[in-house]
Design a protein around this ligand. Structure first.
Ligand SMILES: Nc1ncnc2c1ncn2[C@@H]1O[C@H](COP(=O)(O)OP(=O)(O)OP(=O)(O)O)[C@@H](O)[C@H]1O
Ligand SMILES: [Mg+2]
Length: 200
């Protein structure tokens, strides 16, 4: 479970997050939406401990973030809008960089995502949707308990976007995903909306 309590954040004088409170249950899937500049990336960055908050606490299964530097690499996965795969490494090599798992174990994950046949290609030799699946593979290879995705389908067509969302819905982790695209939201999804730094 992740609990965010009384979280506020400033960039200089500008208050970008104001007293955020939220709880994500273990294994849940949650969509975070809201207009540009409302604070979604800032919230995700703080929740994934890429950025230190100014006020408030975040608890991961009752452990406060201030004590989780080690914990971050082990338990948190992050997917960015632009995939950040390393261009001169193959998909397999990109994933090998972040894990002690064997090639066989990596292939199992690639197969789950439908890209095992592309393991030896370089990122530039994949389509946008395939590359995004490769970055999901890299984010989940160490079986994170918590997975954060910031606009993971920002540059994909609607068919590939839906495939990525269905993958994220079915991953065995606590998932928080940011999107602008309301057409990706399904009836049973939990949706949080941000407005001017507040959850509404
Ligand atoms: N490093 C920074 N320094 C100063 N201000 C920042 C910084 N990063 C973001 N901001 C400001 O904080 C506010 C929230 O930005 P944030 O990136 O969290 O919004 P967002 O909801 O993710 O927007 P988008 O949908 O466009 O990605 C914006 O007003 C932005 O200009
Ligand atoms: Mg953003």
């Amino acid at each position: 479970m992740i609990e965010v309590r009384n979280l506020s954040h400033y960039y200089g004088e500008e208050k970008v997050l104001e007293n955020i409170n939220l709880t994500l249950e273990d294994g849940s899937f949650t969509i975070l939406t809201g207009e540009s500049g409302s604070g979604k990336t800032t919230l995700l960055s703080i929740m994934s401990s890429l950025l230190q908050q100014d006020k408030g606490e975040i608890y991961y299964s009752d452990v406060a973030t201030s004590s989780v530097d080690q914990f971050r690499n082990q338990y948190i996965g992050f997917i960015f809008q632009f995939h950040y795969l390393i261009a001169h490494l193959t998909i397999m090599e990109n994933i090998k960089m972040v894990t002690k798992k064997s090639k066989e174990e990596i292939l199992v994950v690639l197969e789950y995502l439908g890209i095992d046949n592309l393991a030896n290609r370089y990122p530039s030799m994949l389509s946008g949707g395939q590359r995004q699946r490769a970055s999901i593979a890299r984010a989940i290879i160490n079986e994170p308990k918590y997975l954060f995705a910031d606009e993971p389908t920002g540059n994909l067509d609607s068919k590939n976007s839906k495939i990525i969302f269905d993958i994220l819905r079915n991953i065995d982790a606590t998932v928080l995903v940011v999107t602008h695209d309301k057409s990706l939201i399904e009836k049973e999804d939990r949706v949080l909306e941000m407005k001017d730094g507040k959850l509404c």
